[in-house]
Design a protein around this ligand. Structure first.
Ligand code: NDP
Length: 298
């Protein structure tokens, strides 16, 4: 058997097209564009690429992009002052502070300062609490994107056994909450989980968010299960190559023989993250401007 490939790149493109339509309607209703501000402190090369890509896609979707690039030596007070300024700016609907921040900055304090109404990364305690309580709010982009792919593939998730490997604030925990809200029976596995392979073998849905290349093997997968591979890991370069291959947390070649459907790396969950960020910014814009948006429209 060979698994269906879940094409996150295509799904993200369709989502961005829908966002562009809704962004245009929003602009007509609100008399302004929806706006997303991205704050980058320092010169981390990967973060620079992400921020440039976010800004480009924001503009392509017909939204306003506000980029704030600050030097690595920026102090806590200065960064907090910028967050306060963006919180108060009516042209800004979403604020994303690119993580990780340089070590001298208090990341948690900066994230907590972001207004929950503009928290497009869904990482403030208020957003996290709203998700746990089942209240409307903004949800972290990568897990929400993963859920969209799952629902597109499976329809109703009700009653399915889901195993999430990883319990980070960014991915594992919100993913588990989202699956629970869909009435899955959810197990959260982590580095202390005993007999992980056996735990994973019970899963109709496996979400791997670990950061360990190809850790989940084919014989861990229940035949027909749906596998969402969040991991992005770069292998050491092969001889003569400048860069190593990107792989997920799942051994794709093995798992694809057993699973019913699986996300590839790259081209699976990765492209969904920025698309959902834009979606979150536009949802926030509707709420902030008091413009109606049908539940589930985006
Ligand atoms: P973290 O490092 O914050 O969390 C990793 C989790 O994996 C932890 O909960 C850890 O357990 C668990 N873990 C580590 N080793 C094992 C093991 N041997 N067995 C079982 N569980 C283990 O990572 P993130 O959640 O931020 O990211 C996970 C992966 O997803 C990374 O590869 C990252 O690059 C990728 N990612 C991809 C995104 C995308 O856009 N596609 C976005 C965000 C992340 P414990 O808590 O016990 O330490």
């Amino acid at each position: 058997m060979s698994a269906a490939v879940i094409d996150g790149k295509a799904f993200a493109a369709t989502l961005r097209a829908r966002i562009a339509d809704f962004a245009a309607t929003f602009e007509q209703s609100a008399g302004r564009k929806a706006g997303l501000a991205v704050v980058l402190v320092g010169e981390d090369p990967a973060s620079q690429v992400y921020v440039a890509s976010k800004a480009k896609q924001t503009v392509e979707c017909g939204m306003a992009s506000f980029e704030h690039r600050l030097p690595a030596e920026t102090g806590q007070a200065e960064l907090i002052a910028l967050v306060d300024q963006l919180n108060a700016d009516p042209a800004v609907d979403g604020i994303l502070v690119q993580l990780p921040l340089p070590a001298h900055l208090d990341e948690q304090a900066v994230v907590e300062r972001i207004s929950p109404d503009k928290d497009v990364d869904g990482l403030t305690p208020i957003s996290t609490g709203r998700l746990a309580l089942g209240l409307p709010g903004l949800v972290p982009c990568t897990p929400l994107g993963s859920l969209m792919l799952l629902k597109d593939q499976l329809g109703s998730l009700s009653g399915l056994n889901a195993v999430v490997i990883g319990r980070s604030i960014l991915v594992g925990k919100p993913m588990a909450q989202l699956l629970l809200a869909e009435s899955c029976t959810v197990t959260i596995a982590h580095s202390r989980t005993k007999d992980l392979a056996d735990v994973v073998r019970r899963a109709d849905i496996v979400v791997a968010a670990v950061g360990r290349p190809e850790m989940v093997k084919g014989d861990w997968i229940k035949p027909g299960a749906t596998v969402i591979d969040v991991g992005i890991n770069r292998l050491p370069p092969a001889e003569g190559a400048a860069k190593g291959r990107l792989v997920g947390d799942v051994d794709y070649a093995e798992a694809a023989q057993v699973a019913g459907a699986i996300t590839p790396v790259p081209g699976g969950v990765g492209p969904m993250t920025i698309a959902v960020l834009l979606r979150n910014a536009l949802v926030a814009a509707h709420r902030n401007a008091g413009v109606a948006l049908a539940e589930g429209a985006l």
